[in-house]
Design a protein around this ligand. Structure first.
Ligand code: K2U
Ligand code: ZN
Length: 174
């Protein structure tokens, strides 16, 4: 089912998420809900803390071509094990900071290791949007948001606008 996405500022987006100890039916249901929530947004990634679950679990599907088959990935306890010297700058957004975009520079390619829903260890080399997204989502597991890479003035401006957005939404009874 589609779960509500927490909006910045929210202390739950700033906590370090805990490792997933065992792949239980609840973890499987959470992963399915996160994929449904991500596709509904729409987005190309979503991390468990964004739906209020402080667990080290994220989902991604960065396939942009609507003709190509989707490639839903579920990463449990992911870790970047290698990052390129070369960097890539991408105008990032975030489902927890809607309508705000800013350029973020990150390693252009990363190797990520994780456990999949079958409990198998996986390792993959990501480049392009997949690399940006993987790093953006793993940041969420560490309580980091893309606005943390901006200057303090720009970050404060976005935070103030999000506080206003949340106040107005609360008044509208959303
Ligand atoms: O974590 C999230 O908030 C989901 C983001 C992930 C993301 C942000 C920036 C760059 C890559 C991935 C959502 O996908 S934001 C919507 C979006 C969609 C396509 C491309 C970039 C951002
Ligand atoms: Zn995000």
């Amino acid at each position: 089912m589609i779960r509500p996405i927490l909006l910045h500022p929210d202390p739950r987006l700033r906590k370090r998420a805990e490792p997933v100890e065992a792949i239980t039916p609840e973890i499987r249901a959470l992963a399915a809900d996160m994929l449904a929530t991500m596709y509904d947004a729409p987005g190309v990634g979503l991390a468990a803390p964004q739906v209020g679950v402080p667990k080290r679990l994220l989902v991604m599907d960065c396939v942009k071509d609507p003709e190509a088959p989707p490639r839903p990935l579920v990463l449990i306890n992911p870790a970047v094990v290698w990052a390129s010297e070369a960097t890539n700058t991408y105008e990032e957004g975030c489902l927890s900071i809607p309508e705000h975009y800013a350029e973020v520079t990150r390693p252009a390619e990363v190797r990520v290791r994780w456990t999949d829903l079958d409990g198998a260890e996986q390792e993959e080399h990501f480049a392009g949007l997949w690399a940006t997204c993987a790093q953006h989502e793993i940041d969420h597991l560490d309580g980091r948001l893309f606005i943390d890479y901006l200057g303090p003035i720009k970050r404060q401006l976005i935070t103030r606008k999000m506080e206003k957005f949340k106040r107005e939404r609360a008044r509208a009874g959303a």
